[in-house]
Design a protein around this ligand. Structure first.
Ligand SMILES: C[S@@+](CC[C@H](N)C(=O)[O-])C[C@H]1O[C@@H](n2cnc3c(N)ncnc32)[C@H](O)[C@@H]1O
Length: 266
């Protein structure tokens, strides 16, 4: 039997993982073609991003991108509402991709809130800007440098973004997010925590167990094939300047390995 993770580890070492991931994209596109075609037929008014943008940021499944995106948006808002009211607030989706979540927030939240999305992928932002009205989009660089003033946002969320960044970028983005978050503001993040121990190799696991960040690089940083795994101790230390409101670990279900949820208050 082919050991998938050893195989992709080999491809990564050889610098071929990014290319292999393109092959995987075409396989997924072919596998899901009927279901995706059906979705389009049933939902002619739903604007869909180009396939590769959906694949790169999520899964190439239109129903999941749209319907699960909406559920995730509601789920996120329920978490935020435990800690803040969402009236007249400014909310940022850091790493919004092709809008899977932020596109639903204006109708879910309303309440005179203002919505912002930023991503380093210029194609995602170009599509969002053209297709999703009433939301302010920005194309940032991989470097931690956002165009917003200090203390600007009341809530910021980043779903699976640190999970694609190097160690240096963890520290740089930590500073930048805290710069643009208002005092008392809420930060909602997901990280690849303990659930991912099951996916780590022996050396990686030792590092993780000792509380150190584990990185799988040798591909373009920020891309889906670049992975970072954050032990609890690492995340706590990284965000020591602010208050941890919640750390939620969810059980693994089949081949779904939920990321840890971290909710902080500045
Ligand atoms: C796994 S996808 C998640 C997308 C979106 N949050 C969602 O849940 O659908 C990771 C996203 O992070 C973006 N990204 C990676 N590094 C980034 C950075 N430094 N700043 C902003 N976005 C980044 C990628 O372009 C991609 O859209």
């Amino acid at each position: 039997m082919l050991d998938k993770s050893k195989f992709s580890g080999k491809l990564r070492q050889l610098g071929l993982l990014y290319h292999a991931d393109w092959v995987r994209f075409y396989v997924e596109k072919f596998k899901n073609r009927k279901a995706n075609h059906e979705f389009k037929k049933k939902n002619p008014n739903v604007k869909l991003p180009p396939d590769y943008l959906i694949y790169e940021s999520f899964q190439l499944d239109y129903e999941k991108y749209y319907a699960e995106g909406k559920e995730t948006a509601q789920w996120l808002i329920n978490h935020l509402l435990k800690h803040t009211n969402l009236k007249d607030k400014k909310i940022l989706d850091w790493g919004c991709g092709p809008g899977r979540i932020i596109r639903h927030l204006p109708s879910i939240v309303g309440n005179n809130c203002k919505f912002y999305g930023t991503d380093y992928n210029k194609d995602s932002i170009a599509w969002c800007t053209k297709s999703l009205k009433g939301i302010n989009f920005n194309n940032n660089t991989l470097k931690a440098d956002l165009p917003y003033p200090d203390d600007f946002f009341d809530a910021i969320y980043g779903i699976s973004i640190f999970t694609h960044l190097s160690e240096k970028m963890h520290f740089d983005w930590n500073k930048e997010l805290l710069r643009v978050l208002a005092p008392g503001g809420i930060l909602f993040l997901t990280m690849q925590g303990d659930n991912y121990k099951a996916k780590l190799g022996e050396d990686e696991l030792k590092k993780f167990e000792s509380g150190m960040l584990v990185i799988r690089g040798n591909v373009k940083e920020g891309h889906r094939t670049y992975s970072a795994f954050q032990p609890k101790a690492f995340t706590i230390k990284l965000f020591e300047a602010i208050e941890v409101l919640e750390h939620i670990e969810r059980p693994i279900k089949g081949n779904w390995y939920p990321q840890d949820i971290w909710i902080f208050r500045k």
